[in-house]
Design a protein around this ligand. Structure first.
Ligand code: MRU
Length: 359
């Protein structure tokens, strides 16, 4: 399968006034490949919250289209009213999930475009301008993923064993992915890789989504339980670990799916380079370190009754942080669409990501 044949995680159907968003419902994979029609902003909010669409870049793109849906029913005439409603829709979507910064980054872009067109253009142009910006975010992400793939593939030798966690593939982005883009590109270059896939407790994004994507593209892979990673490394089967990211602080501390931090520590203990693959839209230079990254807490039932079957005594207290923070000192390099950040520190990040991300 090549990139053009891969199913689109997100697509906008129709024009700005009456069109709608379609997304793959990732909660149904790998058993069913089904598209969900989102015709109002509430459906987009619920889809983000319930992880029907998930992965930092895909959440940002979905939210951008969600803004258009939220404004569709409103009369477009008065600029002040338009901006009040725009802020209301943006605040609503911003409350869907807290950790992935791409969500807030995309919403900020829509806010800037909204303010600009409200000041300068006729009301008939406001909604088309917002949709055009959402489409631009979508297209830019596509290009960023392919560039990340090209930079990342230079790090992998023919025959390498690699390990990844959660899903940082085409499903989590416009297409192709971040960490998985590296594997897909290396394969296209003729390198033979073997990918170890952490199942990624408790919601199994690795088992359900990453293994599915790798198999679709015929990349050799082996599924392991998260707790097996240390043993697999000790057996010498892994030459690199690559994960995605949900938010990267100015000093390089990186939030990603819970379990990533343990992997980074394990990788260091075994002398294996740990790489993060992420577009510049995942950096949050407004925060100095990972201590300031909000960590999403999710429901106990994800652990006690995952996928509908009770696997713990009823009423047992549960702690379920959805993300953890890997300190920058464990990260060998960050693979961005603008090149590799290495060593991972404030100066290198500033040099590559630049001031366009601040605020
Ligand atoms: O809770 P999820 O499934 O949205 O978590 C996703 C991850 O942690 C991904 O690794 C991250 O968003 C990068 S996606 C390219």
């Amino acid at each position: 399968m090549n990139a053009s044949e891969a199913p689109q995680t997100l697509r906008w159907i129709g024009d700005s006034a009456t069109g709608h968003l379609q997304m793959i419902d990732q909660t149904l994979l790998p058993n069913q490949l089904q598209w969900l029609d989102c015709r109002d902003v509430q459906t987009v909010w619920e889809a983000i919250r319930a992880l029907r669409v998930r992965g930092a870049p895909a959440i940002g793109i979905a939210a951008a289209y969600g803004v258009c849906l939220g404004l569709q029913p409103l009369p477009m005439a008065d600029p002040e009213r338009f901006l009040v409603e725009l802020d209301r829709v943006i605040d609503y979507l911003a409350g869907s999930r807290p950790t992935a910064v791409n969500l807030f980054w995309a919403l900020r872009r829509l806010r800037h475009v909204g303010a600009d067109v409200a000041a300068r253009s006729a009301p008939s142009e406001w909604l088309p301008a917002l949709l055009a910006e959402a489409r631009t975010i979508h297209e830019e992400d596509r290009a960023m993923c392919h560039a990340i793939g090209r930079y990342g593939a230079t790090l992998l030798a023919d025959g390498a064993g690699v390990l990844t966690h959660c899903n940082a593939g085409g499903l989590a982005t416009a297409e192709y992915g971040t960490a998985l883009a590296v594997f897909f590109t290396a394969k296209d270059q003729g390198k033979r890789l073997h990918v170890f896939v952490d199942e990624t407790r408790p919601l199994l994004q690795g088992a359900r989504l990453t293994a599915w994507e790798l198999m679709q593209r015929e990349v050799p892979c082996t599924l392991i339980c998260d707790s097996m990673a240390g043993q697999v490394m000790r057996e010498g089967r892994v030459q690199a670990v690559i994960t995605g990211a949900d938010r990267i602080a100015a000093n390089g501390d990186t939030a990603n799916k819970i379990g990533t931090y343990s992997l980074a520590v394990l990788a260091q203990a075994h002398g294996i380079p740990f790489y993060v693959a992420a577009p510049t839209s995942t950096f949050d230079l407004s925060i100095d370190s990972g201590d300031q990254i909000p960590i999403e807490q999710r429901g106990a039932e994800e652990i006690t009754a995952g996928f509908g079957r009770l696997t713990a005594p009823a009423g047992v207290p549960v702690y379920n942080p959805a993300f953890d923070v890997t300190p920058a000192r464990y990260i060998h390099s960050i693979i961005t669409e603008r090149g590799l950040i290495s060593p991972v520190d404030t100066q290198q990040i500033q040099a590559i990501v630049g001031s366009d991300q601040r605020g």
